[in-house]
Structure formats: structure tokens, C-alpha cells
Design a protein around this ligand. Structure first.
Ligand code: HEM
Length: 517
């Protein structure tokens, strides 16, 4: 009986250890549950979105880049996954988890209506390096964003600035279109539109004009290289597209700095003959903003901020507007009856030979304005709007983790037949009753505090271009003349091929603009 005195402590010890393990396990499980649900309401049915995160580290980056380099353009990456996984899916690109949300104005509201609270704009790291850390697009805080936006937007929102811009742009378009008729080579609409919009941006920002042709051409080339690099693989190796883009950015920054310095010198010398009414002048002069104590005072952007934001404006405005113009040419080419109706109206409102177009003229051009809006809906130049989740949250029953990128698929909303009747038909009349449109259903320029800063400039450029194009030329006759010329010179239907290629380029380039920065 007295032979097994150690039995009780041994069993006691085993019991104690196993109990401890169970308690520790329970604590760990509780911690995981608490951590997982921190900051969001507990909905037991919530799940992470379906989809594949691809290979470790690279995710589905290769598939994304190859869609971008294919003729279909990179929206095809989204489309094919939407068909496979449904309206909300996740993927991994360039090391970040991305969630795409398609076809839902409710999702758009939940994400875009909550900028700086639950979400913030976020671009791919490589794009951020190319546009610069001071860019408005990358503002980390609402305060920073408000300051940059009000500095950049003071001029763009003023009627006198827009009126002056319209007049200059109109003169430039008249000259360009006259030049088209003299050409003995094909007109490639997208290439022309890129030149037109770049010239307009240079005039609006720095007052550069035809007398500065070489400089404008050089800047245009650098911006082209930077845009090319935006969706390239971010490898900083000599010779790669990304590396070339960074080099181009450096040269571009140098040139902008030179222009700023020259302007400061002229302004300091009070050279009265140089009375600039451009964006640069207003940035140098500073803008009235609220300080930390909510007192109005003139605040100045630093030179680094001015440089990065000038580059931002050019990148955000050039390719987008040029793509939209090209799509508009295509849609009107495919809708000849409508083209005739628009032409008749435009001829009545401002016949050829009448004085330069004004803001008042443009405000009367209601059909042209609807053509512009319908073009933007159908083409969805910026197909999705990227944001980053600032905290764990849930949208439409899906868990979104802090740090994930959430992309609102604007294109899918624009082409959703439950949002727009007969959504794939080009029908400007659908905007006759635009007040009947659902909220968050028209996202061509984004919405809320992040709405496109150049929206009015872009719309003005498109209306002026449309007006001058269709009151100067009748196409397809215009195109047919070129076709006949091409036939006569034995080049077969070279123009038609070029025209198709142009639209293809526009389609792809539209994705290079802001969409996935
Ligand atoms: C048809 C032409 C254009 C289209 C379709 C377009 C589209 C857009 C869209 C969708 C956004 C919002 C992106 C988001 O919320 O994630 C945006 C923002 C912006 N756009 Fe445009 N844009 C056009 C022309 C322009 C022009 C001409 C300029 C400059 C003169 C410009 C400057 C900007 C800037 C600076 C922002 C950032 C605003 C902010 O973050 O506060 N855009 N644009």
C-alpha cells in the first residue's frame, strides 16, 4: 500500500500541464478572434472574396502585365476573373492584395464615399516613384490633400481662366484641323489628339506655345517615356522601361525647375510685359488656404511640390483627354445619323467663320455635351478607381483587410444594363434626364473629394474639338477621301487600317492613364 507514494503528484502534474495547454490554446483562439474582428461589426457570414493570389511574391503580376501588353488591354485581366469568380474577387499584383468590385453602385458608394475615413487613394509603388511623392494623387492625409487641391484648383475652377483657355484651345484646334486637310499622309487620330492635348496642357500650365516648339516636343517625349514606364515591371536595371521612366522623370523635373526659376526671376523683376495667367503663376503666387487654426492665409507650395504636381497634371490630363477624343470620333463614325444631327445643331449655334468659341457658346451646346458624356460612359477611360483600406472592414458581406487595395470597377457600372438601359448602345439622349440617374452610376471623372480636377477643362476640350471637327469635315467622307487617296497611291486601305489601329491604341492607352496608378 505504501509502495507508490509518487503516483498522486505525477497524475496531478499531467493534469495540470494538459489543463494549462488547453487554457493557453483557448487564450490564443480568443486573441485571434478578437484581433480578426477588431474595429468592425461581427457578421458571422463574412468571408474573404474568392479569387487566386497566384504564386508567392509575384502573385498574378505576370498575367496582369501580359494582359496589358496584349491587344485586349489590361481590363481583360479584370473581365476574365470577374467571369470566373463573380462580381467581387481578389488577386495579387506587384505584391499587393487587390480586390475588384464590379457592377455595384452600392460598393462604389461604400468605398468612394468614405475617402480618408475607411479608404484612401493608393497607386502602385512604381507609379508613385514616377509621379513623385509630393503629388496630389499620393496625399496621405486629408489636410495635405486639401492644401494641394485648393492650390491647384483655384485657377482651374475660375470662369475667367476657363474662358481664356477655351479661346486659346479653339484657335489651336482650328489651325490643327486646317493642317489635316493639307496632309499627304494618313491622319492617325489618337496620335494627333495626344499632340493637341499636350500642347493645350503646356499652354495652360506654363504659357508655352508654338514659339517654344522644341521644348514642348522634348517635354512631350519625356512624358511619353514616363507613361510607358507606369505599368512596366518595376526593375531598376539600366535599359528596362521602368529605369528609363525614372531617368525621364529626372530630366523632366530638371526642365520644370528651370522654368520655375526663370519665372521667379521675371516675376521678381516685375517685367510688366510678362503678365502670365497660367497655372504656374498662380502656384508661385500661393493660394488662400486655412492654416492649422482655421485662419485664412496665403500658403505656398514648395518647389518640389510644384514640380511633382505639374507632372501630375500633365500625366492625368493628356492621355485621358486624347483617348476620350479618339473614342468620340469612333462613336460618331459608327452613328452617322446622329453625327448629322449634331452637325446641324453645331452649325446653327456657331457657324464656321463666326468668332472664337466662348464659354457661353459651349454652355449652349447641350447635344454636344451629351455626346461627350456618353463617350465617357461608353469608353470608361479610367476603368477602375483604386483605393487602399485604412482599416479592416466589410463590404457587401466580404471581409476587406487593412492594407488591401480595393478597386471600384467603374466600367462595369457604366455598362450595367440594370443601371443604364440598353447600356452598350451609344445614345447621348439617355442624359436628357440625367437627374434620374442613380447616385454613383456615372464615374467617368470619379466622385466626391477626389473628383477629377481637370473635369471642366477636359469637357471643354472635347466639345471644342467635336464642334470644329464636325463643322469642318464630314466624315466618313473625310476618311473616304483619304481612303480614295490611299487607293490611288496603291496603299490600299491604309487609312482604314490606321484608323483601327488608332482606336486599338486609344483603348489600351486609356488604361495607362490613372486607372491603376
Ligand atoms: C477626359 C479626360 C479625363 C478623364 C476621363 C479623367 C478622369 C479622372 C478620374 C476618374 C479621376 C478620379 C480618380 C479616382 O478617384 O481615383 C481623376 C482625377 C484627377 N484628374 Fe482627371 N480626367 C481627365 C482629364 C483631366 C485633366 C485635363 C486634368 C488636368 C488638367 C486632370 C487632372 C486630374 C487630377 C489632378 C486628379 C486627381 C484629383 C484628386 O485626387 O484630388 N484630369 N481624373
Amino acid at each position: 500500500m505504501g509502495g507508490d507514494p509518487i503516483q498522486v503528484p505525477f497524475y496531478f502534474l499531467i493534469h495540470l500541464i494538459s489543463s494549462l495547454i488547453v487554457v493557453l490554446l483557448l487564450i490564443q483562439i480568443a486573441k485571434i478572434i478578437i484581433f480578426y474582428n477588431r474595429g468592425k461589426p461581427i457578421v458571422s457570414t463574412a468571408q474573404t472574396p474568392p479569387g487566386s493570389l497566384g504564386f508567392p511574391f509575384i502573385g498574378e503580376t505576370i498575367q496582369f502585365l501580359s494582359a496589358n501588353n496584349s491587344t485586349k488591354g489590361f481590363y481583360d485581366f479584370v473581365l476574365s476573373r470577374r467571369l470566373r469568380h463573380g462580381k467581387c474577387f481578389k488577386t495579387n499584383i506587384f505584391g499587393d492584395t487587390h480586390v475588384f468590385m464590379s457592377g455595384s453602385t452600392e460598393c462604389a458608394k461604400a468605398v468612394l464615399g468614405s475617402d480618408f475615413v475607411n479608404f484612401n487613394k493608393r497607386y502602385l509603388r512604381s507609379i508613385a516613384q514616377l509621379i513623385g511623392e509630393h503629388s496630389l494623387l499620393l496625399s496621405a492625409t486629408q489636410e495635405q490633400h486639401r492644401f494641394l487641391r485648393s492650390s491647384l484648383g483655384t485657377n482651374l475652377g475660375s470662369t475667367s481662366f476657363i474662358s481664356c483657355f477655351i479661346k486659346q484651345f479653339d484657335e489651336s484646334i482650328i489651325n490643327t484641323l486646317a493642317d489635316w486637310a493639307q496632309r499627304d499622309t494618313d491622319v492617325i487620330v489618337f496620335e494627333e489628339a495626344l499632340k493637341i492635348t499636350f500642347k493645350a496642357m503646356c499652354k495652360m500650365i506654363f504659357s508655352l506655345d508654338d514659339t517654344d516648339g522644341e521644348l514642348v516636343e522634348m517635354l512631350c517625349k519625356e512624358v511619353g517615356i514616363i507613361c510607358e514606364a507606369m505599368l512596366a515591371f518595376p526593375l531598376k536595371l539600366a535599359g528596362t522601361r521602368f529605369y528609363n521612366g525614372l531617368k525621364a522623370r529626372k530630366r523632366m523635373m530638371h526642365e520644370i525647375k528651370k522654368i520655375i526659376n526663370e519665372r521667379r526671376t521675371k516675376t521678381a523683376a516685375k517685367e510688366t510685359q510678362h503678365c502670365y495667367q497660367d497655372l504656374l503663376q498662380s502656384l508661385i503666387g500661393g493660394s488662400l488656404s486655412d492654416d492649422a487654426n482655421n485662419h485664412k492665409q496665403v500658403m505656398h507650395m514648395s518647389d518640389a511640390q510644384i514640380q511633382d504636381n505639374i507632372l501630375t497634371m500633365i500625366i492625368a490630363g493628356q492621355v485621358t483627354t486624347a483617348s476620350a477624343m479618339t473614342w468620340m470620333v469612333k462613336y460618331l463614325d459608327e452613328n452617322q445619323d446622329l453625327q448629322d444631327v449634331v452637325r446641324d445643331q453645331q452649325l446653327k449655334l456657331a457657324p464656321p467663320g463666326s468668332s472664337a468659341l466662348t464659354l457661353e457658346n459651349l454652355n449652349e451646346m447641350s447635344l454636344a455635351s451629351k455626346v461627350v458624356k456618353e463617350t465617357l460612359r461608353m469608353a470608361s477611360i479610367v476603368p477602375w478607381l483604386p483605393r487602399v483600406a485604412l482599416k479592416d472592414t466589410q463590404i457587401e458581406g466580404f471581409v476587406i483587410k487593412k492594407g488591401w487595395m480595393v478597386n471600384i470597377d467603374a466600367k462595369s457600372i457604366h455598362l450595367d444594363s440594370t443601371v443604364y438601359n440598353d447600356a452598350t448602345r451609344f445614345n447621348p439622349a439617355r442624359f436628357d434626364e440625367h437627374h434620374l440617374l442613380m447616385p454613383y452610376s456615372f464615374l467617368a471623372f470619379g466622385t466626391g473629394g477626389r473628383t477629377c480636377l481637370g473635369m471642366n477643362l477636359a469637357k471643354s476640350m472635347m466639345i471644342v474639338f467635336l464642334h470644329r471637327l464636325i463643322t469642318t469635315y464630314r466624315y466618313p467622307n473625310f476618311w473616304v477621301i483619304l481612303d480614295i487617296w490611299a487607293l490611288m497611291t496603291g496603299l490600299d486601305l491604309a487609312f482604314k487600317r490606321n484608323f483601327k489601329r488608332t482606336i486599338g491604341t486609344a483603348y489600351k492607352s486609356s488604361f495607362h492613364s490613372l486607372s491603376d496608378m
